[in-house]
Design a protein around this ligand. Structure first.
Ligand SMILES: Cc1ncc(C[n+]2csc(CCOP(=O)(O)OP(=O)(O)O)c2C)c(N)n1
Ligand SMILES: [Mg+2]
Length: 572
């Protein structure tokens, strides 16, 4: 009977459909709950079929908003984000988001409209060479030349976006392909002989690492976003506890290991903790799990982990040995590798002296800032948000000083709560990303912490938040400046503040009110406490404009070109 049903379903799925309907049926087959997009001429046939399709489509107010929202959705749900944009300017407006997703390994399936096949290459109205433009910023891309191919292409796109090292896949659909008809069969297997990511790590390499751990005196784990992509946070904790190995996170890895765990040393890199950076400098065994040795993490490579044997677990073999010479390469899924390591239950290293040293550093050089009466310090603001949300909110940020303060002071205890633009550092990311994050987790408290600069790059998405009544709490860390630029100019350019101070920002409260949104301002700690508590108790969107101390800098800091051990601003 069940087999019979299956045959019937298969027959039903083999109906003849136009390209636009194929797209919609494929989205349903992929169990896609929401898509983000913006219509236009080349995608009108698709939008016409969307009209009564039952697919939940969020009309953002700019295509950049759509793709960052899809990224936020993917980062929180672990499922691919889906975007649709029209040809020409619609497609070029998603270029930043594609690059962002590519850099941070975010699974996306992005559909762009294209001019009709017959006029491609003629500079037709709203024609852009989207394949050419996006080739280096997508994991893979397609242009549909024959509608018969469309089901296979979509199926492959979802497969490629979500397997191995995740990433964005683009499908460019000429207008006539959305109208043309063919048989729709989505039940086929994906056959890609040239694309077979290795997930099972090599057993011998695992043995080598077990041996190296048993000999180590000062081992440390550097855990990146790969731990989160692989859902390996439980295994990371189990392994670290089993072997007594302290853990450091990259910016994107935060939440993969509980920040309040005694073995946690904090974030590494340019604005990392003293303990994390010194541990990387002094360690004799560095186990990288799913991080890519980004330059913001390593500092000057000549001084990076100079005393260490390096082991690197990564699903993408191209990352291993790319920046840092690696003695023990382990290609595979982080979870599989950690499970194997736990099962090996190797001889525990003697780390008592090492842990003593690390704990001394933690005590001696904690993150610090000065509180002053009547002034709202941005670090204090983040601590308050942490406290009032019990460290359990989903937090999105923009890029700049506020982003670093969130990374330092919002002590993430759980995975999949942290949404930030790491590799590309995209201002304007935080607000639209919060839309996707809230849709992925409707019950979660979502706080979008943005800079007064970055907020103005995508603030049109307030309209979407209000329209969908998403209860996002928007926190503007308003320092009347492009703060991170101002900080670099203060330190490296003799306080020549070239185009980084913005003393006449708009009235963000009235701006939010123009969108119909509740909004409040705070300039002191007392006011901040009041408005935060009030906003968090409100089941609707609220914008909060916090006027923080404008001259505050992010410390500690590793200056560009310096080694991690040369950080400044660790003590008064
Ligand atoms: C799209 C984009 N343009 C420029 C930059 C360079 N940049 C990095 S941080 C920063 C300042 C951001 O200012 P704001 O949003 O107010 O955040 P703050 O640093 O003040 O917290 C700038 C301009 C960037 N990261 N992204
Ligand atoms: Mg600012």
């Amino acid at each position: 009977m069940a087999a019979n049903m299956k045959v019937k379903e298969r027959v039903a799925k083999k109906q003849t459909l136009c390209g636009a309907l194929m797209l919609i049926e494929a989205l349903k087959a992929e169990n896609v709950k929401v898509i983000f997009g913006y219509p236009g001429g080349a995608v009108l046939p698709i939008y016409d079929k969307l009209y009564e399709s039952g697919v939940f489509h969020v009309l953002t107010r700019h295509e950049q908003g759509a793709i960052h929202a899809a990224e936020g959705y993917a980062r929180i749900s672990g499922k691919p984000g889906v975007v649709i944009a029209t040809s020409g300017p619609g497609a070029t407006n998603i270029v930043t988001g594609l690059t962002d997703a590519m850099m941070d390994s975010i699974p996306l399936v992005v559909f762009t409209g294209q001019v009709a096949s017959s006029v491609i290459g003629s500079d037709a109205f709203q024609e852009a060479d989207v394949l050419g433009i996006t080739m280096p910023i997508t994991k893979h891309s397609y242009q549909v030349r024959d509608v018969h191919e469309l089901p296979k292409i979509i199926k492959e796109a979802f497969h490629i976006a979500t397997t191995g090292r995740p990433g964005p896949v683009l499908i460019d659909i000429p207008k006539d392909m959305a109208v043309a008809e063919a048989e729709f069969d989505y039940e086929q297997d994906v056959q890609l002989p040239g694309y077979q990511p290795t997930t099972k790590p090599n057993h011998l390499q695992i043995r080598k690492l077990v041996e190296a751990v048993s000999q180590a005196k000062r081992p440390v784990i550097l855990a990146g976003a790969g731990v989160l992509h692989a859902n390996a946070h439980e295994q990371l904790k189990q392994y670290a506890e089993q072997q007594h190995i302290p853990v450091i996170h990259t910016l994107l890895g935060l939440g993969g290991f509980p920040a309040d765990h005694p073995l946690f040393l904090g974030m590494a890199g340019m604005h990392g903790t003293y303990t994390a950076n010194m541990a990387l400098y002094e360690c004799d065994l560095l186990i990288n799990v799913g991080a890519r040795f980004d330059d913001r993490v390593t500092g000057n490579l000549a001084h990076f982990a100079p005393k260490a044997t390096v082991a690197h677990i990564d699903i993408d073999p191209a990352e291993i040995g790319k920046n840092v010479p690696t003695k023990i390469p382990i290609v595979g899924d982080a979870k599989e590798a950690l499970i194997q390591l736990i099962e090996q239950n190797g001889k525990r290293p003697d780390v008592s002296d090492w842990l003593k040293q690390l704990n001394e550093w933690k005590r001696e050089y904690p993150l610090m800032y000065k509180r002053e009466p009547g002034v709202l310090k941005p670090q204090r603001l983040i601590e308050m948000i942490h406290e009032y949300t019990n460290g359990e909110a989903v937090v999105t940020t923009d890029v700049g000083q506020h982003q670093m303060w969130v990374a330092q002071y919002y002590k993430f205890k759980q995975p999949h709560r942290w949404v930030t633009s790491g590799g590309l550092g995209t201002m304007g990311f935080g607000l639209p990303a919060a839309i996707g994050a809230q849709l992925a987790q409707p019950e979660a408290t979502v706080v979008s912490i943005v800079g007064d600069g970055g907020f103005q790059m995508t603030l049109q998405e307030l309209s979407v938040i209000q329209e969908l009544n998403l209860p996002i709490k928007i926190v503007i860390v308003n320092n009347q400046a492009l703060g991170m630029v101002r900080q670099w100019q203060e330190i490296f350019y003799e306080k020549r503040y070239s185009h980084s101070l913005i003393p006449n920002q708009p009235d963000f409260v009235r701006l939010a009110e123009a969108y119909g949104m509740k909004a409040m301002r705070a300039t002191t700690e007392e006011e901040a406490e009041y408005v935060l508590k009030e906003a968090l108790a409100t089941n609707a969107p609220v914008l909060l404009d916090f006027h923080v101390c404008p001259g505050e800098n992010v410390y500690p800091m590793v200056a560009p070109g310096k080694g991690l051990h040369e950080m400044v601003g660790v003590k008064w």
